[in-house]
Design a protein around this ligand. Sequence first.
Ligand code: NIG
Ligand code: FE
Length: 413
Amino acid sequence: MPLLTNIGQLAVCPSQGGPSELGLIEAAALAWRREQILWAGSQRELPEEFKAFPSHDAGGALVVPGLVDCHTHLGFGGWRADEFEQRLLGASYLEIARRGGGIASTVAATRAVSQKALLSRCREFLSRIVQLGVTTLECKSGYGLDWPSERKLLQVYRELAAEGPVRIVSTFLGAHIVPPELRADRQRYVGALIENMIPAVARQRLAEFCDVFVEETAFSLEEARRILMAGKRHGLESKLHADQLSEGGGALLAAEVEAVSADHLECISEQGIQALADRRVVAVMLPLAALYLRQTPLQARRLIDQGVRVAVATDFNPGSAPSYHLPLALMLACTLQGMTPAEALRGATIEAARALRRGDRIGSLEAGKAADFVLLDAESVNHWLYHFRPNSCLQTWIGGKQVYQRGVATPRS
Ligand code: NIG
Ligand code: FE
């Protein structure tokens, strides 16, 4: 039964706590058995029977739960740096989409890539993501938009999940946009999603969640409702890309179908906020997407004050958020969206775990939960997100095993 000792500060992020409750313990120790946490507390109170166990010295580091990125589009072909430039020259994201660029161009690139090539690209991303302290990653399909290509993406995620060490959670986003070849016959695509693809995803256990992009250039509220209900009939819980570029009633629909999360929400109405609070739908902030699209950031306080649970994620994708840097997203959740570092940390641990229906297994350092934790080169959570550095992660542990160690020992700087 291993121990981690000499922890400068331990942030438990208790699952029952309020939005800024970190459950901080100074001069702490952590004990686990196999994959699970057994005990966390002040090192002075370490139970006698644990003292003889093999211990690792944390060197005074800040220790937090393994970070959970609860919204990514990890698998895709190509990039879209040209659109980045076009947007900077004045084109809007929607204009580019209407011209056939945007998601549609990544769909073409993704269809052209083999499963093997996609797998090795995702593996490469993951090898860097784990170095940032991320231990669980949600991955959406949605750049295939025909069954062979959607299945290819979900099979890549299944292989990554089997390989480890990062925990992978898959979401079916066949309803990202209507694929270009069916634009004139969108009902046929919606029908294929409902009658063929969703049942096949469920039968082959390729995903746990079903997501829909509700937007003028994507799916209407009515289409989304039908798709999400079909998902539910087949055991896939709902998620939504909601109210991102316009207020389209997405948050209200998320509440109506009791989705696990509603994501983006830059244009959410007061009524939408109330609905998320009433139905306990987690609101996922994606500040990198808002920043890259140069949108007015959503003030997270509006949601937190109404009692909505708020998570933070990267939205990693080649269009609106071409970065998988979750700590960067957390710093931006503070500076652009007005979250405190404590709220942001909870947003990428326990609240993100809830957005993946895993609040009982991961996301906090409490007895019985997975021993997923990260050592950070910082004296406090405030200092970590205030003095932002390319990487503050010293070590990443998943299921009680160390999976990353920073190469060179550097003094705190
Ligand atoms: O979450 N909003 C829709 N989907 C992605 C963007 C996808 C893309 O531009 O390729 C998002 O921002
Ligand atoms: Fe997204």
